[in-house]
Design a protein around this ligand. Structure first.
Ligand code: HEC
Length: 105
């Protein structure tokens, strides 16, 4: 019986990982592709806000954290408002960055 629970545990862990992206890989991508504008910990770079004349939400804030993974991925791949699409990241790399953002809170 105990063994069966272990198998279920491992299977569900693998399933969760395949959907959630890899936050560690996402951190490296975030530092390369997002940090200059969104700051090391998700708090916007004030110089960028001033230059782009826009207010950027802190990525740690509940407003951003409540956004679904799919919608966050869309922002990365397609841009939003004044943010241009991040062309260097798509598919699983975008999933990884989204997973990393969700660890910031
Ligand atoms: C050149 C600067 C720049 C880069 C690089 C950039 N962003 Fe943005 N991002 C912005 C700006 C500006 C906004 C606000 C857009 C608006 O509201 O018009 C924004 C908005 C967002 C939002 C929505 C939160 C909000 O303020 O409404 C998310 C999520 C986000 N960015 C994630 C990312 C991720 C993840 C990356 C890296 C893959 C990234 N951004 C790279 C400038 C940037």
């Amino acid at each position: 019986m105990k063994r069966m629970f272990n198998v279920i545990g491992i299977a569900s862990l693998a399933a969760a990982m395949s959907f959630a992206g890899n936050a560690a890989a996402g951190k490296a991508d975030y530092n390369k592709a997002c940090k200059s504008c969104h700051g090391a910990d998700g708090k916007a770079n004030p110089a960028i806000e001033k230059m782009m004349k826009v207010e950027m939400k802190d990525l740690k804030s509940p407003d951003v954290q409540k956004v679904s993974d799919a919608d966050l991925k869309k922002i990365v791949e397609e841009g939003q408002g004044k943010m241009k699409p991040v062309k260097s990241l798509s598919g699983s790399a975008a999933d990884d960055v989204v997973a990393y953002i969700k660890t910031l809170k």
